[in-house]
Design a protein around this ligand. Structure first.
Ligand code: FAD
Ligand code: FES
Length: 252
């Protein structure tokens, strides 16, 4: 059973709108892979009714950290939860990044491209990919400096980090896709318009590209069919078949 109650280890604010929350998966639980997510019941009541999905940000054995941005009711409630309180969690869910395919894609360098809180699963991926000796560059895009998070964590891993902000308050002024060069494989997570632009670039450069899709999820387990997207091989469910897909499979 993937559903469990987890004690909150910590839940701290790391930036104006971003928080990191840690919990443990139970004994005997499946290993968590970068790109997989947890569907969390944020509070004790039926409002909000639906669980909310969050990618595994840091994975240290059974200890999982999620990094989340407060954008609405559920994330606000989550941000107010205290250490030692219990969370109702479902997961790990979905298929994470396909590291085997990435390694056999023929490129020894990989660009990790994040839009806003898209950094969350890419940090776990970066840590994993480092063990394979790939050259990893990180590209973080946000509307403004205050929404750029985790760049320091990637630097601590020894990775080169490029930042782009739309208002020019940090790094390159413009879109993160402006910074991309040809020649490396790509893994991306962020808002759909960014993923679409990244997929288009990977098509132009003929490079291998995986994207982690963000859709509204209901059940998170493949039952409600509420998260279907169109792909070259028919409709696929973001929660069950994804959230990570080969970019060229998706009909944007
Ligand atoms: C597989 C998956 C993994 C995710 N991982 C993370 C993560 O690691 N960190 C993180 O901060 N967020 C993540 N999200 C998004 C997160 O689940 C939503 O931000 C959260 O559910 C918002 O709940 P809310 O009630 O606070 O906001 P709501 O009131 O539901 O929404 C507030 C605003 O956010 C937008 N929004 C909410 N959910 C989504 C969504 N799924 N796709 C696009 N726009 C949305 C709405 O359009 C609205 O403008 C993930 C989503 C998916 C599908
Ligand atoms: S969220 Fe229910 S099928 Fe994907």
């Amino acid at each position: 059973m993937k559903q469990f109650k987890a004690k909150i280890i910590f839940n701290k604010k790391i930036a104006l709108h971003h928080h990191v929350l840690a919990f443990r998966t139970p004994k005997g639980a499946k290993k968590v892979n970068p790109g997989q997510f947890f569907n969390v019941k944020v509070g004790g009541s039926y409002d909000p009714l639906l669980r909310r999905p969050f990618g595994a940000h840091k994975i240290a054995g059974s200890k999982i950290e999620i990094l989340y941005k407060v954008v609405g009711k559920a994330t606000k409630i989550l941000s107010e939860r205290k250490p030692d309180e219990m969370l109702d969690v479902l997961g790990p869910l979905g298929n994470g990044f396909d590291i085997k395919s990435l390694l056999s894609s023929g490129s020894s360098s990989v660009a990790l491209i994040a839009g806003g809180h898209g950094v969350a699963p890419l940090y776990a991926l970066a840590k994993n990919l480092k063990t394979f000796g790939l050259k990893i560059s990180v590209f973080i895009g946000a509307s403004s400096k205050k929404y750029v998070v985790c760049d320091g964590d990637f630097k601590k891993l020894g990775l080169k980090v490029h930042v782009a902000t739309e208002d020019g308050s940090k790094g390159h002024k413009g879109l993160v896709t402006d910074l991309l060069k040809s020649g490396c494989s790509i893994c991306a997570c962020g808002p759909k318009p960014m993923l679409k632009a990244v997929a288009k670039l990977s098509g132009k450069y003929k490079t291998y590209c995986q994207v982690s899709m963000e859709e509204y999820l209901g059940c998170g387990t493949g039952i409600c069919m509420g998260c279907a997207i169109k792909t070259c091989s028919g409709n696929k469910l973001v929660c069950k078949d994804g959230p990570v897909f080969n970019a060229k499979e998706i009909i944007w």
